[in-house]
Design a protein around this ligand. Structure first.
Ligand code: OFO
Length: 163
């Protein structure tokens, strides 16, 4: 059985993962509205991934006999500016989530919760990938600059992302 402090920390992270999903869903809709359907697809896949992250934490909590308490989700913005501005936000958000995962790991260490430590290793690895993906797209957008043709090409490439 997981102690209360650990349960609260995991419930907080579940809320953050579902907010990430909500944020990327809003970004996906915004891209669709802006006729960038490849970016929209990429972000929709990301939305699904974030839902899975939330579920993974929730299932662990339930398996350990913990209490799931879902928190309120804030409304994400509906406007995100240019793709460059938007992906600057994506990277910032992922860095924030990485910091949260690291803090959660610190709690698991302090509480001597070994199963949570093992479970979080997956998230620690995943955050490396999340930040790397966001950085790559951001750097590509910097190369694209004002070149609309290059933006369309990048949009096509991002649209290849599979679930
Ligand atoms: Fe769940 O990794 Fe992104 O936020």
């Amino acid at each position: 059985m997981m102690n209360t402090k650990m349960q609260t920390a995991i419930n907080d992270q579940i809320q953050k993962e579902f907010y990430s999903a909500y944020l990327y869903l809003a970004m996906s809709a915004y891209c669709e509205e802006s006729n960038l359907s490849g970016f929209a697809k990429w972000l929709k896949v990301q939305y699904h991934e974030e839902m899975e992250h939330g579920m993974k934490l929730m299932e662990h909590l339930l398996e350990r006999g913990g209490k799931v308490t879902l928190g309120a989700l804030a409304a994400p913005p509906s406007e995100f500016g240019t793709p460059l501005v938007m992906f600057t936000e994506v990277l910032k958000h992922e860095e924030y989530i990485t910091a949260n995962i690291n803090e959660l790991y610190e709690v698991a260490l302090a509480e001597k919760d070994y199963p949570v430590q093992v479970m979080l290793q997956w998230f620690i690895t995943e955050q490396v990938e999340e930040e790397s993906n966001a950085t790559t797209i951001l750097e590509q957008l910097k190369l694209v600059g004002d070149n609309k043709g290059a933006l369309i090409m990048l949009d096509k490439e991002l649209g290849q992302r599979q679930d």
